[in-house]
Design a protein. Structure first.
Length: 127
């Protein structure tokens, strides 16, 4: 097995945007690109309520979650104070304009995490 999986060209990721990488098991990985062509990879799940970070707004080295505007650091997955929490980050390398993610992490890292199910609270029947 190869140590790194080819994902896409850097130019395939929109500036100040992202691409999602699906995995056989676990939630997708979001690969982000900022306005300096720096590239980052995080689990596509906000630590707050599970919002899809790939749909957030990238600014500098942060992404704003589209649900509640939590600011998540792209370098480490940490929520900015006063918010608390962390989303898993993924190892990434760039070679000749190509983005690679570590194969073992894609297969095993944070595969136990799930996205919360939104919807009305369940009510129990009263007698």
């Amino acid at each position: 097995m190869t140590e790194w999986k080819k994902i896409c060209l850097v130019t395939d990721i929109p500036v100040l945007g992202s691409r999602r990488v699906t995995r056989a098991q676990g939630l997708d990985v979001a690969v982000f690109r900022n306005d300096k062509d720096e590239v980052f990879a995080l689990l596509d799940r906000c630590p707050h309520k599970g919002g899809p970070l790939s749909q957030g707004i990238v600014f500098g080295t942060h992404v704003a979650c589209p649900l509640h505007n939590w600011q998540i650091g792209l370098c480490d997955g940490q929520a900015s104070a006063p918010d608390e929490g962390c989303t898993p980050k993924f190892s990434l390398k760039l070679e000749e304009g190509m983005v690679y993610l570590k194969t073992a992490e894609l297969e095993n890292h944070a595969t136990d995490l799930v996205r919360p199910i939104a919807g009305p609270a369940r009510r129990t029947a009263t007698a």
